[in-house]
Design a protein around this ligand. Structure first.
Ligand code: FE
Ligand code: CA
Length: 520
């Protein structure tokens, strides 16, 4: 529905200089103190006949309210089959509403499968940059190749988004999977000291303090989104975004906040965090948070080649056992009643894993599934150290997941959260390889990094099912064909100063029906 603007009210507000075009209310340039598309454009949720296109009007992105008039503002959008917008295939007007941070989400449909489309927005005399999206191939139809990237963990204060600039230049990406930590809710110190004792000034500081209110979260997204490397990555391909912990608060689990906030207070904070997340992400209306819940897990089909399951490992999980953190196991980590996905999502996932579907099944999710012993050096701790916030702290649901994954035979897991790269063979309790897991590092979290953290060789020696550990920043590029799955670990050499160069640190292949890592 197109909102009707009160003409007389507008003329009062803008001294009669607002341009009201014939045929409908179009606002003139005078509405904005500055360029309203300061946060760029994005697309997401591609299907065989469309996708979501997104923008958010914010002439003063770092101000409360974004510099916008607190009214619905009609924004025009267009989709074309060519880069020059000569052949328009869809167009319309959508309201940027103050209730939703003046964001615009358009669910474009009726397009042709398996081809690129260009899109852009305009309001008054202002026009956004163009983005490119790509439709998929209908479920069951023949498909020879999908190329995707996996990225996330983009702590704004930890360094530049150089990796996103390189990601935006990757060839023929069908989509980008974002595994969460799009924002971080805290605020760091003005300078930090590394393990080696080197003090570095924080180059980009978060505005404000820790995030609690809707406007706090909105401003953090705006600050993050003003980054032009990030905008380039959004404009280059459609994304499937998920969230992890830092979009709300560190290591939250369902209704439990780790510093002991009362459940009812935390739920209110979480609702505001999710609203700001929704406003700033190219996702469908169906994902708008409602009554304190958000329906984030979803599935996408790529012809006869791949099913992608985008999972939610935060909202329904039981509280981390053993007091969370990196520590030896405890009885809670093997509790049969523990859950990572919640009963409904687990059933939804397992039903699909049990079905004879496309060749590959992608589990696109947030925290590591493979159980690794985290002891890093030849140290004296008698017991294995686990990352309790990962699936290793949830052994019963982890075993259920791997059993279903093994039955499918061609399950590939893409994961984030660790701020390091890992290539893992996820083994079941009998030591059989059930699935292949690629853990993507971070875009910026952790700073420059280096190839190996101290003690990494010892950790590799303790975990024969782990074939790669690397502590540089970057993202994954996966090329999926009927014959094999190939993953490239793309890393940048630095992010604390501009101009970091990209290279491929390692590549692995997976054969269909044979989980495990092979040379690529
Ligand atoms: Fe992170
Ligand atoms: Ca995380």
């Amino acid at each position: 529905m197109t909102p009707r603007l009160d003409r007389r009210r507008l003329l009062q507000m803008f001294g009669g200089t607002a341009v009201l075009a014939a045929g409908g209310p179009v606002l003139g340039q005078t509405l904005f103190s500055d360029y309203p598309f300061s946060l760029g454009v994005a697309s997401g949720e591609p299907t065989a006949d469309g996708f979501v296109i997104w923008t958010r009007l914010a002439p003063s992105p770092l101000e409360i309210g974004g510099g916008m008039v607190m009214q619905p503002v009609p924004v025009s959008w267009e989709v074309a089959s060519d880069e020059a917008f000569r052949t328009k295939v869809a167009e319309g007007t959508e309201a940027a509403r103050p209730e939703l941070g003046h964001s615009v989400h358009v669910e474009v449909s009726g397009l042709q499968p398996a081809r690129p489309y260009w899109y852009r927005f305009s309001v008054g005399r202002e026009r956004s940059g163009a983005g490119v999206a790509r439709t998929t191939v209908r479920a069951g139809q023949p498909l020879r190749r999908v190329r995707l990237a996996a990225a996330g963990c983009q702590h704004y204060e930890a360094g530049l988004y150089t990796a996103y600039r390189h990601l935006s230049e990757e060839d023929d990406l069908d989509f980008v999977f974002h595994y969460g930590d799009y924002i971080y809710e805290g605020r760091g110190a003005a300078a930090s000291r590394s393990r080696e004792g080197v003090t570095t000034a924080t180059s980009r500081r978060h505005l404000g303090q820790e995030l609690y209110s809707l406007d706090d979260y909105r401003r953090r997204y705006a600050q993050t989104r003003t980054d032009l490397d990030l905008q380039a990555a959004h404009a280059a391909a459609p994304w499937f975004v998920t969230f992890d912990d830092h979009e709300v608060d560190n290591n939250w689990a369902a209704d439990v906040e780790q510093d002991g906030a009362p459940v009812d207070a935390f739920r209110l904070r979480r609702a505001m965090a999710w609203q700001a997340w929704w406003e700033n992400m190219p996702v469908r209306r169906a994902m708008l948070p409602t009554l304190g819940r958000i329906a984030m897990h979803r599935r996408a089909q790529f012809g006869d080649l791949m099913t992608a399951n985008f999972m939610d490992t935060r909202q329904y999980r039981s509280d981390q056992p053993c007091g969370d953190g990196f520590r030896p196991t405890c009885p809670g980590a093997t509790a049969p009643a523990a859950t990572m996905l919640g009963a409904e999502q687990e059933r939804w996932l397992f039903d699909d894993l049990g079905r004879r579907g496309p060749r590959w099944n992608l589990l696109a999710q947030q925290v590591m599934v493979t159980r690794l012993d985290r002891r890093r050096s030849q140290d004296t701790e008698a017991e294995p150290i686990l990352n309790i916030d990962s699936w290793a702290g949830y052994e019963a649901p982890r075993r259920r997941l791997l059993k279903r994954a093994a039955r499918h035979g061609s399950t590939v897991i893409l994961t984030g959260d660790e701020h390091q790269n890992f290539a893992n063979e996820a083994t079941d309790q009998d030591g059989r390889i059930a699935a292949t897991e690629f853990v993507a590092t971070s875009i910026s979290s952790g700073g420059d990094g280096r190839d190996l953290r101290a003690g990494t060789e010892a950790m590799l020696a303790r975990n024969p099912n782990c074939k790669l550990i690397n502590d540089q920043r970057g993202y994954l590029v996966c090329e999926v064909t009927p014959e094999r799955w190939r993953t490239d670990f793309r890393v940048v050499d630095r992010i604390t100063t501009p101009g970091g160069a990209i290279s491929t640190r390692a590549s692995f292949a997976v054969a269909p029906g044979r989980p495990g890592l092979q040379a690529a």
